[in-house]
Write a protein that binds this ligand. Sequence first.
Ligand code: ASP
Length: 312
Amino acid sequence: MPLIAATWSFARDGCAEAVKPLLAGGSALDAVCAVAGAAERDPRVDSVGYGGLPDATGRVTLDACVMVSPGKCGAVCAVARHLAATDLARMVMERTRHVMLAGSGADEFATALGMPECDLLAPEARAAWERWRIGDASVRQADPGRDFGVPLAPEVGERRFDHDTIGALALDASGSLAGACSTAGMAYKLAGRVGDSPIPGHGLYVDPEVGGAVATGVGEIVMGVCGTFLAVESMRRGASPQDAIAEVLGRIDHQFTLEAHQQVGLIVVTRDGRLSSGAIRPGFAVTVADGAGVRVEPPQFVLYPEWTGAAG
Ligand code: ASP
């Protein structure tokens, strides 16, 4: 039964490592933190942790969230001086009576915990930002960090966008669910912008009585419908995982005038290990790791399969 499902193929290495202790009886929370932490440390991933593309002023800020139940979650946003945003969110959950710490307070909390400080702006990310700043149109195309070298999974139709959160859900051998997500947010966002990823019910929601959901894509349109909360509530009312995803994407479609370049990807895992995934348009990919190995899959549901043009 233990399994991990994570957004995008860049979760492959992290899932391959994290699934081993999970299969040996490790906890779902450790597994999702390991998956997110691996992406944070990978300089090739231009949307998470070190290597993440900065905001419009050239500053990298990180948002992250962990959740095991409505009463047990932790988050940080606008972290500017510490890499391990997911571990920090976990510390907020485990060591404080709060849910979220923001900005300098989050960095100070990390420093007080003895977490190492670092410059989050990788040379490749700085170079991409400098090209963007002087109006190099190629930087705005579908894959603004394409020089960083993170491999795609073209065999499942994966495409890159200028924003990609690592989001992971795991179920362990004892039947516990956990979720984590971590992001540098949208490339070249306005300074101070925070998206859906660190907010319980928006980028991530886990209710052990039902299941969990995690989102990636344009945070503003996920936030408008409380996307992951809606997915879990839909399953609570009896929807199948796939119908729950279709309900969230349909609600987004109803509430917003979607543009053909916009993307949202969702993954849900039920408390009994059923998995589904979906996206607004083609290009999303899901990494799954379990006793049968690690594989990258296309989403099971795509709202607008004909929207195959450039994203960004
Ligand atoms: N959802 C993230 C945000 O809006 C970005 C992403 O997942 O691509 O910050």
